[in-house]
Design a protein around this ligand. Structure first.
Ligand code: CDP
Length: 204
């Protein structure tokens, strides 16, 4: 059975949490495509050329433990504007999407560019302030020393870069179901995502 669920949205909208829960609900595999860009961005911090890093990327690189830092997030959004970097990562994502048994991919361009024929597309969003507060609590919870203003500025800067880039800009696919998680608790957001997918495919 091939079944692809594409979940896109801006930084810290809750895509990761929703995607993992949706994948568990249907018994599908999950790929956080942000990790691909984060892994390439992390390599550029040691001076590696981003296109060389993208072409050499392996699945093991996604397990590195430094990929969730704000510095790596910024580096990721900088390498993500480069067409050759994006092109080098397409085949891996498409192969994952069509694996047997179903797949959930979350990112910025899954429904628009990577999997335009996905069986279900969601666009998960929330206000910049709500997203920044969630990311702030997540970072502080992991022991990162950072203040709210810095996190909000990072989220806004990456959103602007992701939406304004020429290659695969962040935007909802025309047929995506929008889920605004600003006023939803985690369980409600997951429930809304599963309900939207079940409505699109009542038999699945
Ligand atoms: O977790 P968060 O939403 O903060 O970020 P992420 O999903 O890990 O993505 C990090 C960066 O990678 C984003 O700011 C984008 O610039 C880039 N990205 C992308 O361009 N396309 C994707 N499919 C996924 C991430």
């Amino acid at each position: 059975m091939r079944f692809t669920i594409a979940i896109d949205g801006p930084a810290a909208a809750g895509k990761g949490t929703i995607s993992k829960a949706v994948a568990a609900h249907y018994g599908f595999a999950h790929l956080d495509t942000g990790l691909l860009y984060r892994a390439v961005g992390a390599r550029t911090l040691d001076g590696t050329d981003p296109i060389v890093a993208a072409k050499a990327l392996t699945a093991e690189d996604l397990d590195a433990d430094n990929l969730r830092t704000p510095e790596v997030a910024q580096a990721a959004s900088k390498v993500a504007v480069i067409g050759e970097v994006r092109a080098a990562l397409v085949d891996f994502q498409r192969a994952f999407a069509r694996r047997a048994g179903g797949a959930v991919l979350d990112g910025r361009d899954i429904g628009t560019v990577i999997c335009p024929n996905a069986e279900a597309k969601l666009f998960v969003t929330a206000s910049a302030e709500v997203r920044a507060e969630r990311r702030y609590l997540e970072l502080v919870g992991k022991g990162t020393e950072i203040d709210r203003e810095t996190v909000l500025a990072d989220v806004k800067e990456r959103d602007a870069r992701d939406m304004e880039r020429a290659e695969a800009p962040l935007k909802p696919a025309e047929d995506a179901v929008l889920i605004d998680t600003s006023v939803l608790a985690i369980e409600e957001a997951i429930g809304a995502a599963v309900a939207a997918i079940d409505k699109l495919h009542p038999a699945e």
